[in-house]
Design a protein around this ligand. Structure first.
Ligand SMILES: [Cu+2]
Length: 488
C-alpha cells in the first residue's frame, strides 16, 4: 500500500467519523452482546445524544470471531463451523456429497433504517419463519445439490440457479413455463401457489459465488426478496476460493456483501394485492445483506432484527507486513480476507471500500484465470458490481507506515479539541491499538484502539433510506490491533 493511499485512508476515516457524528443516524447503533448461543441483553444506557433522547446499545462484541493466530489447516470437506459467528458469512449446510435444502417461500417484514418496515417475500429455511435474504447455501464442488421449494405464497414461485448447468426439476430437465396463450410465465418450473412444491437438483459446478433467485415474474418476485447466495467451495478446501493455491483466505475473515434495493410502493402493492406499474419503479432503499446502515454493522442474529439475520461488518486482523509465507509472526494473519459481492438489484452498485484495493480473483462463479491457469486477477479500488453479477475479492490490510506515538508519530498536528468532530467509534488516538481521552459527550464505542474504515456504495444517492442520509448500503471494515490485544 502506498504512503499516499494510507494518508487518504486516514483522511477518509476522519471524514467518515465526522460524518457519522453529524448524520442523523437512527438509534439502533450497535453490536449485539453475544452470538445466538449466548444471548444476553445488551448493556444499555441513556443516550447522551440529546437530539434523540433514545436509548442506545453499547457495543459488547463477546462472541469469538475466529481470532486465529496462524494458518488454518486446509480442510477438504466442509466443516460445520461458521453457522453462528457474530461476524462473517453464516453458511447453511447440507450433508456433502448430497446436500438437501428445503426452502419455503413465505412473507414477512423487515425493518429499515428510517423506522419504516417493508413487506417482503423470502426463502426461509425449512419450516423456519421468514428471513431476508434467503439462507446462504454453502456446498462443495461436485456435490449433488437438492433444493426442495415449498410455496406458501398466493402466486406461483420458482428458483433459478444462474451459472449452473443441467438443473433438474422433479427429476427432469427444468424448463421455461408458458401459459395457455404462449406467454412466458416463468423461466423455470414453479411451485404453484398456496402449498405447491417443486424439487430442483443440480451438480455444484465451478467453485465461486452465485445468486439463486426466483425465475417467476422476477421483476416482481426478486424485488420482493426471493433471492439468496450460493457458495460453492473448491475441492482444495473451504479456505480456498478456487482450486488455486493463491486463492487461500482466512476462514474467519470471509464476508458477504449482498446488495439489493426496495421500491416501497411496489412492496405495498404486493401486500395489498394491488396492481403495480413497473414504469413507476423507483428504489428508495438500498441494503447490504438485507439490512441498512447502521443495522448493517450489528452482529449476525442481532435480536432486534429477527427477520434480518446477516450482518455486514468485516472484522480483520492485520495481514503480515512482509507477506512471507508461511508466517513468521503468529500475531498477524498470514492470508487475506475475502469478500463475496453480489448484486441482486437493477443497476450498478459501485461498492467502494476505503483504505485498500481489493484483488478481484473471480466473477460470476468463475476464477479469473487463463486457459492454462494463468493468474488474471486484478487490483481494483471501486468494485462496480453489475446487476446479477457476483465478484470475489480478496484483500489485505496492513499498517503500511507503522505509525507510533513515540517512535513514528503522524506527521500532522492534531487539532485542539474544540476544532475536532469526534466520531462515535473513534478511540481518542490515531494509533492502532491505542486509546485516548475522548471529549465529554463522546459516545465511546471504540473497544481496544481498533480502526473502523467505511465501505459503501459510491453512488451516493443510494446512501439513503428514503431521504435519511448516511444510511443504507454502508458498512465498516473493523481492523483489530495485532495480537495479543485486549479486544473483546
Ligand atoms: Cu467513499
Amino acid at each position: 500500500m502506498s504512503k499516499s493511499r494510507m494518508k487518504w485512508m486516514r483522511l477518509g476515516l476522519v471524514l467518515v467519523l465526522g460524518l457519522l457524528l453529524l448524520s442523523d443516524a437512527p438509534k439502533t447503533y450497535a453490536i449485539e452482546a453475544a452470538g445466538p448461543t449466548a444471548q444476553t441483553d445488551p448493556v444499555t444506557q441513556t443516550d447522551t445524544n440529546t437530539t434523540t433522547g433514545d436509548t442506545i446499545y453499547l457495543p459488547m462484541i463477546a462472541a469469538p470471531v475466529g481470532q486465529t493466530t496462524a494458518a488454518e489447516p486446509s480442510t477438504p470437506v466442509q466443516s460445520a463451523a461458521n453457522t453462528t459467528n457474530a461476524v462473517g458469512i453464516i453458511c447453511t449446510y447440507g450433508a456433502s456429497p448430497n446436500p438437501t435444502f428445503t426452502l419455503t417461500a413465505r412473507d414477512g417484514y423487515i425493518t429499515l433504517p428510517d423506522g419504516n418496515t417493508a413487506y417482503m417475500w423470502g426463502y426461509a429455511e425449512g419450516s423456519n419463519s421468514f428471513q431476508h435474504p434467503g439462507p446462504v447455501l454453502c456446498v462443495n464442488e461436485g456435490d449433488t445439490v437438492t433444493v426442495v421449494l415449498q410455496n406458501t405464497l398466493s402466486e406461483d414461485v420458482s428458483i433459478m440457479f444462474p451459472g449452473h448447468e443441467t438443473v433438474l426439476a422433479n427429476g427432469v430437465q427444468a424448463q421455461p413455463q408458458f401459459d395457455g396463450g404462449g406467454n412466458l410465465t416463468s423461466l423455470t418450473n414453479v411451485a404453484v401457489a398456496n402449498g405447491g412444491s417443486v424439487t430442483y437438483s443440480f451438480v455444484a459446478g465451478a467453485p465461486g459465488t452465485y445468486l439463486y433467485e426466483s425465475g417467476a415474474n422476477p421483476r416482481k418476485q426478486v424485488s420482493m426478496g426471493l433471492f439468496g447466495a450460493l457458495i460453492v467451495r473448491p475441492s482444495m478446501g473451504a479456505d480456498f476460493a478456487y482450486n488455486r493455491a493463491d486463492s487461500r483466505f482466512m476462514p474467519a475473515e470471509e464476508f458477504m456483501v449482498l446488495l439489493s434495493e426496495i421500491d416501497p410502493y411496489q412492496h405495498q402493492a404486493a401486500e395489498n394485492g394491488a396492481p403495480y406499474n413497473l414504469n413507476n419503479y423507483k428504489p428508495r432503499y438500498w441494503l447490504i445483506n438485507g439490512r441498512g446502515f447502521p443495522d448493517s454493522i450489528a452482529d449476525n442474529f442481532a435480536p432486534w432484527l429477527p427477520t434480518q439475520p446477516y450482518g455486514a461488518l468485516a472484522r480483520v486482523h492485520e495481514f503480515h507486513p512482509n507477506e512471507t509465507l508461511p508466517p513468521s509472526d503468529p500475531n498477524y494473519h498470514p492470508y487475506p480476507g475475502m469478500i463475496r459481492y453480489l448484486n441482486v438489484g437493477t443497476e450498478d452498485y459501485p461498492f467502494h471500500p476505503h483504505g485498500n484495493n481489493g484483488l478481484v480473483i473471480g466473477r460470476d462463479g468463475r476464477a479469473l484465470e487463463g486457459a492454462t491457469g494463468q493468474d488474471l486477477s486484478f487490483e481494483k479500488f471501486d468494485i462496480n458490481i453489475g446487476p446479477g453479477q457476483t465478484w470475489d475479492v480478496i484483500f489485505k490490510w496492513y499498517d503500511a507506515e507503522q505509525y507510533n506515538a513515540t517512535t513514528n508519530p503522524v506527521p500532522v498536528t492534531i487539532p485542539n479539541l474544540p476544532n475536532m468532530v469526534y466520531g462515535t467509534f473513534y478511540g481518542g488516538s490515531p494509533y492502532l491499538g491505542t486509546t485516548g481521552a475522548i471529549p465529554t459527550g463522546g459516545e465511546g464505542l471504540n473497544q481496544c484502539g481498533e480502526f473502523y474504515i467505511i465501505s459503501h456504495n459510491h453512488a451516493l444517492y443510494q446512501i439513503t433510506s428514503w431521504g435519511v442520509n448516511m444510511t443504507g448500503p454502508i458498512t465498516y471494515l473493523r481492523v483489530d490491533p495485532p495480537l495479543p490485544n485486549n479486544c473483546p
